[in-house]
Design a protein around this ligand. Sequence first.
Ligand code: GZL
Length: 319
Amino acid sequence: MKLGTLLGSAAMLAMTGTAALAEGETVGFSQIGSESGWRAAETTLTRLQAEERGYRLQFSDAQQRQENQIAAIRSFIAQGVDAILLAPVVATGWDSVLQEAKEAEIPVVLLDRQVDSSEDLYLTAVGSNLVHEGEVAGEWLAAEVGERDCRIVELQGTTGSSPAIDRKAGFENAIAAHENLTIVRSQTGDFTRAQGKEVMESFLQAENGGRDICALYAHNDDMAVGAIQAIKEAGLKPGEDILIVSIDGVPDIFQAMAAGEANATVELTPNMAGPAFDALEAFWADGTLSEKFIQTESKLFTQADDPAGEYEARKDLGY
Ligand code: GZL
């Protein structure tokens, strides 16, 4: 079912108040927080998928703190839920609580980020190839600048998260063969607009008012949108004086691209719950074990790809 259709029926359900209580399984969802537009869309779609499939969703917002996620998972185990969805804020520190879920025979499905725990501690993981996303971003920039020397600043995602680690590695893979491309500053903006703006302000100040910066690589669109504001306040033209490439494909980056203020984004689908529930339903039906990693696709969009149309197609999808 198309993303728009899925969300259209959610709006109808919300308006009519006929949110029928799910008669089926109860699923605990430990969500990281609401740090970005993409995260908000993932939450919207997960709620919708649960509604559409007749599940009772126990939702927990961890405010980006791992200890809150661990506490939520322990609460779900105590409640005796039928499954747990986990979007893990960082990659380490999950062994004990995942072992407790395993001993309680509650299947866990990871959404959009990975953990360094043993694969036997979760049913499957649904997500993109995060290294590949970074490579796509780096390859686009290398093609865009050609032989021109390009000093790059990088806004990293949440420290210790698999997207921050892997998107950095992928981008570095892609630019390694291009001596004219150099990352001169790199710092976390924690995937938020506010911190993306704040860190970009420090980059601009440190780089001759931004005149020595050729490009920004941001691990998500929200930090790029914050950085665009900082670049404009510094009197420079984002998308022209400083090229901007990021990841997620949220509506506001397409709006910036349509205005010529951003250049490229690598789309990440917010519908991770669909494949997750499919895997759980196969497991509940007859013990079927899906692949340990269910990969979602990553598509590059540039200013040549009708950004205004892409904005219109996404603006009501729960971001
Ligand atoms: C990536 C996901 C990231 C998004 C950000 O899979 O975990 O988290 O790219 C979000 O927008 O904060």
